[in-house]
Design a protein around this ligand. Structure first.
Ligand code: ZN
Length: 120
């Protein structure tokens, strides 16, 4: 998909790299499934996030973490979010609750689903 009218290729690469770097902080001792996200705000600010799990299974996803960080700092207009896992052969897609989180902030922004080889 050509996203060049929405977001520059260089920015896509930065978001993908940051989403994979964000996996390093994943707190996922129950699922052992690391997820990272990098969220681009309309002013160029990037917030990263990772999944944060707990024993009650009311965990929060990487996308939710990134969005919560951004919103708590006053940002509600977004251009793109990149999402990363360690799955070598498949892209990772947002779960249902995350899709609701994303759409609360409009439909005119980009979700970049990635693989560890930086393809998307
Ligand atoms: Zn989710």
């Amino acid at each position: 998909m050509d996203l060049s009218n929405i977001i520059q290729q260089d920015t896509i690469k930065i978001l993908i790299r940051k989403s994979h770097e964000a996996k390093a902080n994943a707190f996922c001792k129950y699922s052992h499934f690391r997820v990272g996200a990098a969220l681009l705000c309309d002013d160029g600010t990037i917030y990263t996030g990772c999944n944060v799990e707990n024993a009650a299974y009311c965990s929060i996803c990487a996308e939710m973490t990134a969005i919560a960080k951004a919103v708590s700092e006053g940002h509600t207009k977004f251009k793109a979010i990149a999402i990363a896992s360690d799955l070598e052969n498949e892209i990772i897609a947002p779960c249902g609750p995350c899709r609701q989180f994303l759409i609360e902030f409009g439909t005119d922004w980009v979700v970049i689903m990635t693989k560890p080889d930086m393809t998307y």
